[in-house]
Design a protein around this ligand. Structure first.
Ligand code: CBF
Length: 800
């Protein structure tokens, strides 16, 4: 049993450690050190303490022969790690003072760290929150992913248009990883299958090496640290010497360059066949390396492979690592000689799968030619799994092998002992739609685990003013037990306390305004309502609904400029997939609208719009504490959960939202009266789509909507190219699959309710504070406990 206490580190000890690392790890005398040197030296000084808890945790897990949880994910959106480490070790004051003693500013040094964007959105950030909670709870775990050289692209705007540039986080020095050249696995692709003497052997045609890089992830108070192990691709035969000696230097370097392609970029463009093949290669690369590693660890500690499910829980984060099913069966059957049925049972005992979306285009499926070409034995095994599964069931409407495809959602379902959705609504929809037939066959398999967020990063660290007030009011027990925020409720009834809550929010808004003035050159009014929509750009998330409503508001303001309007600053941030033209057009439209509205002398002081470029974890940490209104306006049934919605509520923003994903549960927790609800439910959406010309009818019924759309169509925001947005207006007025028009009127109504509530500060602050007090259930600690109990049968190794 691990009875750890947080490290007791004085300012002087930390200062000396910083100087020692500066001199002896980086060869720099303090007088000649630059910002990056200071950041690295501080990181190493902090990392030493993290490593202590990491060694202790690993030792405990080994000694106890603990069951390990393995979280396989193509994305880990970890962001910056230095502040996380400092906060979790309880060393904020010491670090600040130690740097000050050395003539350095704490915030400046922390801001030098690159934001590791090894993910795309919610699913990747969730994986990062989960790792931190697994450590906080003392559950032995590994995250397995890919060490992409280039994470999600860097976004900028030119003439309002999104421009993508490669993300280069590894060009700056990275303090956290340990290279593990000894943890190297050879991964095969393609080739032939040989059947001899009742055995099947796979002879891959091509090989690439996977090398591990480990990053320790420390939990609250440094009591435990788990490992994020990222794989980097290297050539198995790095250098073609004969080619080099012939003078063909390009050919000599080719094996290395080709191999490295696998871990070069997150989400290669998969509109080409080569791009799709690379993506499947990445997925298999991750899975094969992780399984080899897992089995090597198991073999060191245990001798009977049949015990695998007792010691190993493997979570598939979405379908991306789904090929783990066939690969584990292949290893157990072909390499370890277990009967096929038994290999399947053991694999299923280890594997579980989280579904993060029901959008058909996001549920991966691979053509059998591509799949079989790259993984010939796995295609055979997929067929065997499919046959075995459906032997008793003649209907195959949801088979994983149909239309010459391998369907990864169905494959994951069949190979998992538990399948979970990420919010109550989403889980029910999984049962009713994509997995209905499989659910009928295995009614016990689908369970719900509503997402959560780590309160260490998403309240304690990112919002020191509010978290300071909370700790002063109820003590610091909430950090590890977030439901204790409920103890704030009596204080919320005290006007003086509410004023302090409001002062914290206002100071955050002033900070954000100053930052936006410095970085974007736009001054905004910190007393206006900060209305924020930050997330990936997607039609189902309906950023276009938000901007249409903003246009309609502007038009009404111009009709009556002297009326008592609630001033608003409408903030957007988010990246569009490079190949998603419509989403990119929405970005441009928002930027064009911003240019017109912000320059309007009649309304510019009441309504401003700003699209902040390059949305990432760090920007979210800056925006969320300053938000008044959180926009969660997806078409009902489309957002599996959302996690931004939880972060906003926790930081005292009110939600305007639909009954979608975790919004439903947020509203139940914070109270219907503290949430601006609008729009159709998931079943209304299905019905509405059946109504002929539903969009045209909605537009006809709402002159505001008609006028806003006319402005978009008529070039009000694109005078240099009048028909630039005709197709956007046509889309909304036409098929309108995401029901922007049909939800507009209700959205407008809810938005005006928000305006009215904001004009009454006493009421607003109370409601906002109740959002904080009642969001404790949305801690990822609660979610992870749910997985440990209902899915992994894993336990904590901390004493309390
Ligand atoms: O479950 C985490 C998040 O995953 C997504 O981002 C995804 O990638 N499918 C969903 O869209 C979110 O709703 C969900 O919160």
């Amino acid at each position: 049993m691990n009875i750890a206490t947080p490290p007791q580190v004085s300012t002087n000890t930390l200062r000396d450690a910083i100087v020692r690392h500066l001199c002896y790890s980086f060869g720099r005398e303090p007088d000649f050190a630059g910002l990056e040197d200071w950041r690295m030296a501080l990181s190493y000084a902090i990392r030493d303490h993290i490593a202590d808890s990491w060694f202790r945790a690993a030792g405990t897990a080994r000694r106890e022969g603990a069951k390990r949880v393995y979280y396989l994910s193509m994305e880990f959106l970890i962001g910056r790690l230095l502040e996380d480490g400092i906060v979790n070790l309880g060393l904020v004051d010491q670090a600040r003072e130690a740097l000050a003693a050395l003539g350095q500013d704490y915030d400046t040094v922390l801001a030098d760290e690159p934001d590791a964007a090894l993910g795309n959105g919610g699913l990747g950030r969730l994986a990062a929150c989960f790792l931190e909670s697994l450590s906080t709870l003392g559950c032995p775990a590994y995250g397995y992913g890919i060490r992409y050289e280039h994470g999600l692209f860097r976004q900028s705007f030119q003439g309002g248009r999104q421009i993508e540039a490669p993300e280069t986080w590894l060009l700056q020095r990275h303090a956290w990883e340990f290279e593990r050249p000894e943890a190297l696995f050879r991964i095969g692709f393609g080739g032939e299958i040989e059947e001899t003497g009742g055995k099947v052997l796979w002879h891959p045609a091509e090989h690439v090496d996977a090398e591990a890089y480990d990053t320790p992830i420390v939990g609250w108070q440094g009591k435990w640290a788990n490992t994020l192990r990222l794989w980097s691709a290297k050539a198995s035969d790095p250098f073609d010497l004969p080619a080099f000696n012939r003078g063909d230097f390009a050919a000599a370097a080719q094996p290395e360059a080709l191999a490295r392609t696998i871990s070069r970029v997150l989400y290669p463009d998969d509109t080409t066949e080569q791009g799709r093949e690379l993506r499947l290669k990445q997925e298999f690369f991750l899975v094969a390396a992780a399984l080899r590693d897992i089995l090597a660890r198991f073999d060191k500690e245990h001798s009977d492979i049949r015990k695998l499910p007792e010691k190993v829980a493997i979570q598939l984060n979405d379908t991306h690592p789904a090929v783990a099913g066939p690969e584990l069966v292949r290893i157990l059957h072909d390499e370890r000689s277990l009967p096929f049925e038994e290999a399947m049972e053991i694999a299923r005992g280890c594997l579980s799968y989280t579904n993060h979306t029901l959008l058909p285009e996001a549920l991966e499926s691979w053509g059998e030619d591509l799949f079989g070409g790259l993984l010939p034995r796995h295609l055979q095994i997929a067929d065997l799994i499919d046959n075995a599964h459906y032997e008793a069931n003649p209907s195959r409407t949801q088979s994983m092998r149909a239309d010459h495809q391998v369907k990864m959602g169905q494959l994951s379902f069949v190979m998992a002992h538990k399948v979970n959705g990420v919010s109550a609504l989403h889980t029910e929809l999984m049962k009713e739609t994509v997995f209905s037939e499989l659910h009928r066959l295995h009614p016990e398999r689908i369970v719900n685990q509503t997402n959560g967020v780590t309160p260490r990063r998403w309240l304690l660290a990112c919002n020191p003013r509010l978290s300071g007030l909370i700790t002063e009011t109820i003590g610091d027990g909430w950090v590890a037990d977030l439901e204790r925020l409920r103890e704030l409720e009596p204080a919320i009834e005290d006007a003086a306390w509410r004023e302090r809550f409001d002062a914290a929010k206002r100071a955050n808004k002033v900070d954000l305004s100053n930052w936006m003035a410095a970085e974007q050159g736009v001054s905004v009014n910190p007393d206006a309502m900060f209305d924020v929509q930050i997330k990936r750009m997607h039609e189902y998330k309906r950023q276009h609904l938000n901007i249409l409503e903003t246009i309609a508001l502007w038009q009404e303001m111009k009709d009556a400029p002297n009326a008592d309007w609630t001033p608003r600053v409408v903030l957007f941030a988010g990246k569009a997939a490079p190949g998603y033209a419509f989403a990119k057009d929405i970005i441009r439209l928002i930027n064009d609208v911003a240019a017109v509205l912000n320059a309007d002398p009649e309304t510019g002081d009441k309504l401003q719009v700003l699209f902040l470029p390059n949305y990432n974890v760090t920007l979210a940490e800056r925006l969320i504490p300053a938000a008044d209104l959180s926009e969660q306006i997806s078409t009902a049934g489309k957002e599996a959960s959302g996690t931004g919605n939880m972060k906003f509520a926790l930081n005292g923003a009110m939600t305007i939202g639909t009954l979608d994903g975790a919004n439903v549960e947020i509203r139940e927790h914070v109270g219907a009266e503290n949430f601006f609800l609008f729009g159709m439910t998931a079943s209304d959406v299905t019905e509405r789509r059946k109504v002929e010309s539903h969009a045209a009818k909605a537009i006809e019924a709402d002159p505001r909507l008609a006028r806003a759309l006319q402005a978009v169509r008529g070039g009000t925001f694109s005078p240099d190219e009048v028909d630039r947005y005709t197709h956007v207006a046509d889309n909304i007025a036409g098929a309108d699959y995401f029901l922007v028009a049909s939800d507009f009127t209700e959205y407008w109504r809810a938005s005006r309710e928000a305006d009215a509530a904001f004009r009454d500060p006493a009421t607003w602050i109370r409601k906002a504070a109740l959002n904080t007090a009642r969001s404790g259930w949305f801690s990822s600690d609660r979610t992870i406990r749910g997985y440990m109990q209902d899915i992994w049968a894993a336990r904590s190794y901390l004493s309390d």
